[in-house]
Design a protein. Structure first.
Length: 340
């Protein structure tokens, strides 16, 4: 499955390649209760076709009308603010006084097309790439990156002069999901997680399990899980989940996972199985604090029974924790900027 950014940018390149005029719109700032987060993308063409979303439907119709009428971003990027007045909030039904600050870019020439094709190529490879846009001139640069960073905007939003305004946005997988075991639950988890922008790694020491793995776009590792965890998942953006039901494999991976910087470590199993697992881990040179990091049974309690339902319950739990982690990282980044 393609993630949301990939869907939008792939459609954008198709339109431009076919000779159509198109625009890329990016949410660069929100205020109050905004329906879509910073970095959300929408592209549209001169025939009124759309991919992506900026507001869940609140402002798209107005934006399309203005673009088709030639009243906005005809040759260079423009910054547009929705919800700047009480009248606009009521007209566009933005919730709770929300505001959206949006950059609209016209995209039509071959130089721009080549840059966006490079971005799409990186997204297809589940890798990150950074794009820097000069709002005043429309010139942009792209650069391969190793890790996702939150969108940044330099300049005064209220100033009508675009000189000095620069947007920098990274596209690509934001978090990694490291799965121990190549079973059926892992298959569903891998498919769902890719649609949620995870880079997925599946580790299984059993060669036959790796050989018959059917899901594309996943990094496969045929190694012992402890070695693989150390090599691939020791960072704050990784979630590690053990799914084999085999203590000889799961425990080996968890021993290492609980010592890493991973923001989430979980293991599948019943409440009774999880209690026994905890006892074993405490006997394997792990502290109580380390073992307390383990989410077991993994997943939210939603009455899940089938492999697909179990995968959904795990990703639901991860989504809440990932959102908290993103907020923590964003706050840390702002603190670094403020303190120099």
């Amino acid at each position: 499955m393609e993630n949301a950014d990939q869907q939008v940018l792939t459609q954008l390149t198709r339109w431009v390649k076919s000779g159509q005029m198109a625009w890329l719109c990016t949410v660069v700032k929100t205020w109050g209760s905004s329906p879509r987060p910073i970095g959300s993308l929408l592209c549209c063409n001169d025939e009124g076709h759309v991919a992506g979303s900026l507001s869940g439907g609140c402002i798209e119709e107005d934006l399309l009308e203005r673009l088709k009428d030639g009243k906005l971003a005809t040759s260079k990027p423009e910054l547009l603010i929705y919800g700047g007045t009480p009248e606009e909030v009521e007209r566009f039904q933005l919730p709770c006084g929300g505001q959206l600050h949006i950059i609209i870019e016209p995209v039509s020439d071959k130089t721009q097309l080549a840059a966006f094709q490079q971005i799409v190529g990186r997204l297809e490879a589940r890798q990150c790439i950074e794009r820097t846009l000069d709002i005043a001139t429309g010139k942009m640069q792209v650069e391969d990156k190793e890790r996702f960073k939150h969108l940044s905007f330099v300049g005064d939003f209220e100033d009508n002069n675009n000189d000095g305004k620069v947007m920098t946005q990274t596209y690509g997988p934001r978090f990694q999901l490291f799965l121990i075991g190549a079973g059926q639950v892992s298959m569903y988890l891998a498919q769902f997680a890719q649609a949620l922008d995870y880079h997925v790694v599946v580790c299984d020491p059993r060669e036959e399990m790796i050989e018959q793995w059917p899901v594309e776009g996943v990094q496969l590792v045929n190694e012992m899980p402890d070695d693989a965890v150390r090599a691939h998942a020791n960072d704050h953006f990784s979630a590690i989940v053990a799914l084999t039901h085999d203590p000889r494999i799961d425990d080996m991976g968890l021993m290492e996972a609980l010592k890493t910087k991973a923001f989430f470590v979980g293991a599948m199993g019943s409440t009774r199985t999880s209690a026994k697992r905890r006892e074993r881990l405490l006997m394997l040179d792990l502290t109580e604090a380390e073992v307390d990091r383990l989410h077991g049974p993994v997943g939210l309690s939603i009455g899940s029974k089938t492999p697909a339902e179990i995968a959904i319950s795990i990703l639901a739990q991860l989504t809440g924790l990932r959102s908290a982690k993103q907020e923590e990282v964003a706050t840390a980044d702002l603190h670094k900027v403020a303190t120099g």
